[in-house]
Write a protein that binds this ligand. Structure first.
Ligand code: MG
Length: 420
C-alpha cells in the first residue's frame, strides 16, 4: 500500500476581523465586520455577525441601520498583509514545505512527521499565542480532502480546531461525506453544483459514488481529478513557488468624483508607485504600462467615459520615476476636461524575470540606487514616507472612503500602538 500522505490546510478564522482584534482585544466576542473599498460591502464577518444571518458581500448600507451594534472597519490591507506574512513565517517553523494558497490559507505537507496530530495543535496554539490569530487545521491525504477537513474543524467546536480525515474509519468517512452538500467541495462552484444537483448528485458521497465514466464524459478531467482526490489519491501537488504573475494591477474607486487634472495625476502616480514596488519585490521588469480612468457607470444621466491607453517602455523597467512619468503622460492623452471620473488605475504587463532580461546597453538591469533607498526607507518608516513628488499627500481628495480604518499598527512607526 502506498504510504499515507498528511496534507494540512491551515486557514485563519475570519482573517481580516481577527487582524483588527489583535490590537483591539476589547472587540473579542462582539459583532465586527470589515468592509471593501469605499466601505462598500461586507468582506469579513466575525462569528457573531455570521450568527445574525448576515451574508458575505452584502452592501454595508443595507446592514448598518438594521444592526446598529455591529462594529465596522474599513479594510486595512497593509495590516492584513503584514500579519499574513507573520503567519506564513510562523508556519514555516513547523513545516518546511508550504504552499501559500491565499492571504489566510496555506497548505503544509506534514507527510513523514511522526507527530502530525500534535503538531497541528501546536500550530494552532502558536498562531493564537504568538500572533493573536485563531486558525483551524484540516489534515487529509489530499488537498481537496484537507479543505473539507478544515471546513469540519471550523464548523464543529468539538474538534477544538483540528480535524484529521486520516483518523477516520471508512464508515465514518462515508457518513461525513453523506452529510456534506456537494458544493462544499473545493472547485465545485455554483453552476457546477446546480448541474450536479440536476443529475441527483447532492452530497459529497453522491459525487464519490457516481459513475466515473459518465462523470468524465459530462464534466471532463477537472471534476475527474476532484473525485480522485476525494477518494484519497492525491493528484494536486503542493506548489511551493507560484509562477510569476503576468500582470500587476493597482486601481481604486475614488471616495468622490474627481475632475481636476492634478488630482487625477496624483492618483495615477500613486498607483504607478505601488506597481513599481510590486515589480521590485517580485524581481520582474515591465515592458508595457496601461493607464485607465472611468466615469461612474451607474450614473446613467451623464455620458460614460472609460478611456485607456497602453504605452511601451524603451527598455523593461521597475523604476518608480519612469513608471510615474509614463503613467502621467498616458493620462494627459486620455483625460477629458470637465469630466468627473470615479476610478483610475495602472496595470503593467509583458513582465520578464529580472535575471533573464537580455543585458543591452539601454536596459536597467538593476533598480537604480534611488529606488532601493526608497524601498528601504518605506519599509522601515512606513509606506509613502519617501515618494515621487507627483504622488503628493496634500492632493488626496480622490482617496477612497475609509471612515472606519484602524491604524497601520505594524507597518508605520508613527502608528505603532502605545501602552497607556
Ligand atoms: Mg479564512
Amino acid at each position: 500500500m502506498a504510504k499515507q500522505c498528511d496534507i494540512a490546510l491551515v486557514d485563519c478564522d475570519n482573517f481580516f476581523v481577527s487582524c483588527e482584534r489583535v490590537f483591539r482585544p476589547d472587540l473579542e466576542g462582539k459583532p465586527v465586520v470589515v468592509l471593501s473599498s469605499n466601505d462598500g460591502c461586507v468582506i469579513s464577518r466575525s462569528k457573531e455577525v455570521k450568527a445574525m444571518g448576515i451574508k458575505m458581500g452584502v452592501p454595508w448600507f443595507q446592514v448598518k441601520n438594521q444592526f446598529p451594534d455591529i462594529i465596522p472597519f474599513s479594510s486595512n490591507f497593509p495590516l492584513y498583509a503584514d500579519i499574513s506574512s507573520r503567519v506564513k513565517c510562523l508556519l514555516a517553523e513547523f513545516c518546511p514545505i508550504q504552499e501559500v494558497y491565499s492571504i489566510d490559507e496555506s497548505f503544509l505537507d506534514l507527510t513523514g512527521f511522526s507527530d502530525v496530530w500534535n503538531r497541528a495543535f501546536a500550530i494552532r496554539e502558536a498562531c493564537r499565542r504568538q500572533l493573536g490569530i485563531p486558525v483551524c487545521v484540516g489534515i487529509a491525504p489530499t488537498k481537496t480532502l484537507a479543505k473539507l477537513a478544515n471546513h469540519i474543524a471550523k464548523k464543529h467546536p468539538r474538534s477544538r480546531g483540528v480535524f484529521s480525515w486520516n483518523r477516520l474509519t471508512d464508515e465514518q468517512k462515508d457518513r461525513i461525506m453523506a452529510s456534506l452538500p456537494v458544493d462544499e467541495v473545493w472547485g465545485v462552484g455554483r453552476r457546477l453544483n446546480e448541474s450536479l444537483n440536476r443529475q441527483g448528485i447532492r452530497t459529497v458521497l453522491d459525487l464519490v459514488k457516481a459513475d466515473r465514466a459518465v462523470m468524465r464524459r459530462r464534466y471532463g478531467v477537472v471534476l475527474d481529478r476532484i473525485i480522485t482526490e476525494l477518494k484519497g489519491e492525491p493528484c494536486l501537488d503542493i506548489v511551493e513557488v507560484h509562477p510569476p504573475r503576468q500582470q500587476i494591477l493597482s486601481s481604486r474607486s475614488f471616495g468622490k468624483p474627481v475632475s481636476d487634472f492634478e488630482a487625477l495625476a496624483n492618483a495615477v502616480a500613486y498607483h504607478a508607485t505601488h506597481v513599481a514596488e510590486s515589480l521590485r519585490k517580485e524581481r520582474t521588469l515591465a515592458n508595457l504600462i496601461q493607464v485607465f480612468i472611468e466615469t461612474d457607470r451607474f450614473k446613467t444621466d451623464r455620458p460614460i467615459h472609460c478611456p485607456q491607453i497602453c504605452l511601451a517602455f524603451e527598455s523593461p523597467t521597475d523604476n518608480t520615476s519612469t513608471l510615474v512619468r509614463k503613467a502621467v503622460q498616458g493620462l494627459e492623452k486620455i483625460v477629458m476636461e470637465k469630466v468627473s471620473y470615479k476610478k483610475a488605475g495602472v496595470c503593467v504587463s509583458e513582465l520578464e524575470p529580472k535575471d533573464q532580461v537580455n543585458q543591452d546597453f539601454f536596459t536597467e538591469v538593476d533598480s537604480p540606487v534611488i529606488c532601493r533607498v526608497m524601498d528601504d526607507i518605506n519599509r522601515r518608516f512606513g509606506s509613502g514616507t519617501l515618494r515621487v513628488c507627483r504622488n503628493d499627500l496634500k492632493n488626496r481628495d480622490w482617496r477612497p472612503k475609509t471612515d472606519n480604518i484602524s491604524p497601520a499598527y505594524t507597518t508605520d512607526f508613527s502608528q505603532v500602538p502605545e501602552c497607556k
